[in-house]
Design a protein around this ligand. Structure first.
Ligand SMILES: Cc1cc2nc3c(=O)[nH]c(=O)nc-3n(C[C@H](O)[C@H](O)[C@H](O)COP(=O)(O)O)c2cc1C
Length: 378
């Protein structure tokens, strides 16, 4: 599931299946949280097995089965801390959605003192986000709560100005903002398009309006397919340059099962072989060419398996990466000197913790499911 898909899927979940998170789920969530803490200079933190934060006390009855939460916190000294908490917190929320978890932003109805006690000095707690497994279908009680909490979204015309003259990516940005969570569903952010420039402005101020501003800006950015914001009420958006890469999850049979080929890329992160699409190339051609260049292997692709990852490799650039599934057919395995630090074959269990980015972990999980259920082992 990509982040644009997660925006469509996400709703506020207030009822959780009451089981502890598994070790690999905790490690994947922590990976996602750490990535965003680094990018935003924040102190988001996963707290597991803390049902007391939502139990027993007055006003928390809307939530049930909550066992885990993410403290959405950052340095008090940062003047934009609330907005950054909204922006990066929503990145974590959507990442958790791609992993299949339910989430809910919570600003008021939780035991704030208990959570504050978990922070270090100099840290400001903006909100918490509940996170955990949820049932496929909402319960009757949940449907009633959602009916009350989820007023109809504002229309594109209410959320923006200059729509008539705006390009398609602005409209897609606004469609994603329509689905952004906001405190009391107030949706207090307007997006203005004028002479090629986009600005975001708050229409009202309340305790959580800056958090809402960060969330809405992130949704706009995902809907517009990449870009960069300046912080603050009145902040401006620059649309990203779009790039595309293709590659594959390469696997082979072993005596006991099967294993995956991972590459440690120049930036020292572990992922799958992949590279830039050249003009006139088809996705499968790029994948085969890049795999040969990076690993020395020729492969047979299974293009029925096709997973898309969208990420920002650097500020101002958005990259779509398409991963197929592949099995080696020949060649001589060796890492490409300029781009790959090393190659290695790993079992599924060993590959999972090694992969650097949570979105790539999702690709490996999808590949494992696909191989288990669809493919005859070669
Ligand atoms: C900053 C913030 C604070 C929120 N606080 C609460 C809260 O205290 N209790 C609650 O039940 N929901 C809370 N919500 C969830 C909103 O009610 C919910 O996002 C909104 O109603 C839209 O519904 P949706 O998220 O299902 O699209 C909060 C959301 C945000 C963004």
């Amino acid at each position: 599931m990509t982040y644009p898909e997660a925006i469509i899927r996400r709703i506020s979940n207030r009822k959780y299946v009451s089981r502890p998170l598994r070790e690999e789920e905790i490690s994947e969530l922590n990976k996602l949280i750490e990535q965003n803490n680094r990018a935003g200079g924040l102190r988001l933190r996963l707290v597991t097995e803390c049902p007391e934060v939502f139990s027993g006390l007055k006003g928390y009855g809307m939530f049930s089965g909550v066992r885990n939460l993410i403290l959405i916190a950052g340095p008090e000294s940062d003047p934009d801390v609330e907005e950054k908490c909204g922006y990066y917190g929503e990145k974590v929320v959507l990442g958790a959605t791609t992993m299949g978890f339910g989430t809910c932003w919570v600003g008021g109805t939780y035991d704030k003192e208990r959570c504050q006690a978990l922070l270090q000095s100099g840290e400001k707690l903006c909100c918490v986000v509940t996170v955990g497994p949820v049932a496929d279908q909402p319960s009757a009680k949940e449907k009633v709560i959602r009916g009350v909490m989820q007023r109809k979204s504002k229309t594109p015309a209410e959320l923006s100005m200059g729509l008539g003259a705006a390009p398609a990516w602005f409209m897609s940005g606004i469609a994603a903002v329509q689905r952004a969570p906001s405190a009391r569903n107030l949706q207090p952010v307007r997006f203005l398009y004028s002479n090629g420039a986009v600005t975001a402005q708050l229409t009202e101020k309340h305790n959580f309006s800056n958090v809402d501003l960060g969330i809405a800006k992130y949704h706009f950015e995902v809907g517009a397919h990449g870009g960069a914001w300046t912080w603050g009420d009145g902040g401006t958006f620059t649309k990203a340059v779009e790039e595309k890469s293709c590659g594959a999850v390469i696997w082979r049979k072993t005596e006991n099962g099967h294993e995956y080929l991972l590459a440690q890329h120049g930036a020292a992160h572990w992922s799958f072989p992949k590279g830039h699409m050249e003009k006139g190339e088809k996705e499968a051609d790029t994948a085969k060419r890049e795999i040969l260049e990076e690993t020395g292997l020729t492969v047979e692709l299974d293009t029925r398996f096709r997973e898309l990852v969208i990420y920002a490799p650097r500020r101002g650039v958005i990259k779509d990466v398409v991963f197929f599934l592949a099995t080696p057919t020949g060649g001589e395995e060796h890492p490409q000197a300029e781009e790959i630090l090393q190659l290695g074959w790993f079992s599924y269990a060993d590959a999972l913790p090694l992969i650097t980015f949570a979105s790539d972990v999702e690709v490996l999980k999808a590949a494992e499911n696909y191989i288990q259920s669809n493919t005859k082992q070669p």
